[in-house]
Design a protein. Structure first.
Length: 179
């Protein structure tokens, strides 16, 4: 499949614009509500090849940048119970295939690498007022956090658990074309 299916996206190297990008997540809490959060320190590169099959993406997320709006919860997520940021400061994603609507790659968390698949929507390409070429993508998918050793939980008195195993990942990314 040709990159022409992603109208306006030219070949070359694109980098994540962190001030216009967000890697977010949501997880069921108490089996009835959701807690949402994001990672505020994200960097990466997308190399658009002559075909989509030749394109690659590499992303680095600083685990200490997790933010849910609650300091105690953020501290717990940074602890060894979850991301263990002292021993595992980075979470990484490296693509293995992209067909224009589905992105598959290897996600590494706490030294464990597993494949993930994300549904992708191309937002388009635009030129900002300073002449910089930008492209936007949205992606989402679900993972089971226990696959990466994120197993901490607490049983609830009436059944169920405090934190679900299923995590919904939601990504909005703006890329800047490199010269």
């Amino acid at each position: 499949m040709s990159t022409a299916t992603l109208t306006g996206l030219s070949t070359g190297t694109w980098t994540i614009d962190p001030s216009h990008s967000e890697v977010g997540f949501s997880v069921r809490h108490l089996m009835v509500s959701k807690v949402r959060g994001s990672f505020t320190d994200v960097s990466g590169t997308v190399v658009v090849g002559e075909t989509l099959a030749d394109s690659t993406a590499e992303v680095v997320i600083k685990t200490a940048s997790v933010a849910t709006g609650t300091a105690d919860r953020d501290g717990h997520l940074r602890s060894a119970d979850f991301f263990d940021v002292e021993n595992h400061p980075d979470m990484t994603f490296r693509s293995t295939s992209f067909d224009g609507s589905t992105l598959t790659g290897d996600l590494t968390i706490k030294g464990v690498t597993k494949p993930v698949t994300l549904d992708v929507e191309f937002g388009g390409v635009a030129t900002d007022p300073w002449g910089n070429e930008k492209a936007a993508f949205e992606a989402e998918g679900d993972i089971d956090r226990t696959d990466w050793g994120l197993t901490w939980n607490a049983a609830l008195e009436k059944g169920g658990v405090l934190v679900s195993e299923k995590i919904k990942i939601v990504i909005d990314v703006q890329l800047a074309k490199q010269a």
